[in-house]
Every structure is written in structure tokens, then in C-alpha cells.
Design a protein around this ligand. Structure first.
Ligand SMILES: [Zn+2]
Ligand SMILES: [Zn+2]
Length: 239
């Protein structure tokens, strides 16, 4: 066992609300400068920058946990993490098929897909910050079907969180953890949940310092994913 510094909630330039210079190389370069051991890139309803980020992460010796931040039908933000790029992409395709409104770049921002050299590959047409058609109760089994884990995002934010939008948090631990936004107080009862502190960075300067640690076996995706998986309560039910 060792302690690893992690930031498991970062947006790339694929998210319309993130800066265009949140490229795979800039994000991983900043994570390297800050001394992070593992990061998750979690774009809104999208996975398309994960392959490039994984390649750059490997060059830096940083673990990349593949993730997405899905907007549920109730406008709750749910982090979904996967043990591989293929699982994240397959899950993401199912989610993205339920997004119907097109992006308005002038209003919401660019949704850039880049390669491992930060070269432009394309853009995503549907607006990624709209709600998917999956409710929170449907999203959990969907993610599990692809071997994934769910973590309610920034539960102490006043919008787009499970507690703000639904008024409750199931305490029987169907989720691997809950994420607490570090800049706001936490007032809710989180029971036995593992608490994650992440940056939710939309610009380079907001990526976490070496300040939040998880203890797991070794610096690898398998080990980090196994650690998070072990925190899910075996009961399959939602309540
Ligand atoms: Zn969010
Ligand atoms: Zn976010």
C-alpha cells in the first residue's frame, strides 16, 4: 500500500464550458508539474478525448482513469469511471445517443476532439451539457453493465448535484464514493461513503495540487480501479 495524489474530475476542451487550452498535453503536463500520480478526465457526456489523454498520460507515467461526467434526466451530475477506454467509449456512445439539441458554439463554447499531439480531429455536434435521457436510477445499472462505477459529483454544490436536485443520497452505498467540492462546506450526512476531493477543473490553473491522497496497492489503473470498486456495497438495489 502507498499513498497516491489524485485529481479524479478534470474537464478537457471537449466540454464546451472548459477552456480550449485544456488539451490532453496541457492537462497532463500540468498534472505532472503538480506531481499528481493519477487523474481522471471526465468530460460532460463524452469520452472522445480519453484515447489521446491516455497516450499522453503514459508518457508522463501518470495513471489516467477513464471517466465521463454524465448529466442525468434530473440534471444531476454523475461521475462514471471505467477500467478501460473501450468500456468508457461503449458506455459513452449509449449516453450520447440520447442528446438531441445541437451545440451553439458562440453561446456554449467549442467541443474539440484532439489527438495525442493536440492536433484537431473533429468536434462533437450535440450539445454535451444537456441532460441525457437516463435517470439516476437507470444510470447506475447502465454503467455497471459496462463494468463501471458511479460517483455522485460535487454533492455539496447548490445545483446539478444529487442532494440539491433530488434531496437525498442513498446511504446503502450503491456508489463507489461521493465527491465533495472542496470550496464549499459539506452539510449532508454521507454515512460510510468514501469521500473524494477533486478539482472539477475547467481551466489549467484549477487542477489540484498534491493535496488529496488515496491509498492503494500500486500506481496503476488496475489498482486504482480495484480500490474504488471495493467501496461499492454488494447490495444491487438502489435503496
Ligand atoms: Zn458537474
Ligand atoms: Zn465537472
Amino acid at each position: 500500500m502507498a499513498s497516491f495524489a489524485v485529481d479524479l474530475h478534470i474537464h478537457s476542451c471537449l466540454s464546451p464550458c472548459a477552456d480550449d487550452d485544456m488539451t490532453p498535453n496541457n492537462i497532463l503536463g500540468m498534472a505532472h508539474l503538480k506531481g499528481l500520480d493519477a487523474v481522471a478526465i471526465t468530460d460532460h457526456n463524452a469520452w472522445q478525448n480519453l484515447p489521446a489523454a491516455a497516450k499522453v498520460a503514459e508518457q508522463y507515467g501518470i495513471v489516467l482513469l477513464p471517466g465521463l461526467e454524465v448529466t442525468t434526466r434530473e440534471e444531476v451530475h454523475m461521475l462514471c469511471y471505467f477500467k478501460g477506454l473501450e468500456e468508457a467509449a461503449a458506455f459513452g456512445e449509449v449516453v450520447q445517443k440520447t442528446l438531441f439539441l445541437p451545440n451553439n458554439k458562440a453561446l456554449f463554447g467549442n467541443q474539440l476532439i484532439l489527438d495525442e499531439n493536440d492536433a484537431f480531429l473533429g468536434e462533437i455536434e450535440p450539445l454535451l451539457i444537456q441532460a441525457s435521457s437516463f435517470g439516476v436510477e437507470e444510470l447506475l445499472p447502465l454503467a455497471r453493465g459496462f463494468g463501471g462505477l458511479c460517483v455522485p459529483a460535487h454533492i455539496n454544490k447548490k445545483a446539478n448535484s444529487m442532494i440539491s436536485n433530488l434531496g437525498f443520497l442513498p446511504l446503502n452505498r450503491p456508489y463507489a464514493a461521493v465527491e465533495v467540492f472542496k470550496k464549499m462546506p459539506l452539510q449532508a450526512d454521507t454515512g460510510d461513503y468514501l469521500l473524494l476531493n477533486s478539482s472539477d477543473a475547467h481551466q489549467l490553473g484549477d487542477i489540484s495540487e498534491r493535496e488529496f491522497y488515496l491509498r492503494f496497492e500500486e500506481k496503476s489503473l488496475e489498482s486504482l480501479f480495484a480500490y474504488l470498486s471495493a467501496h461499492v456495497h454488494e447490495s444491487p438495489g438502489f435503496f
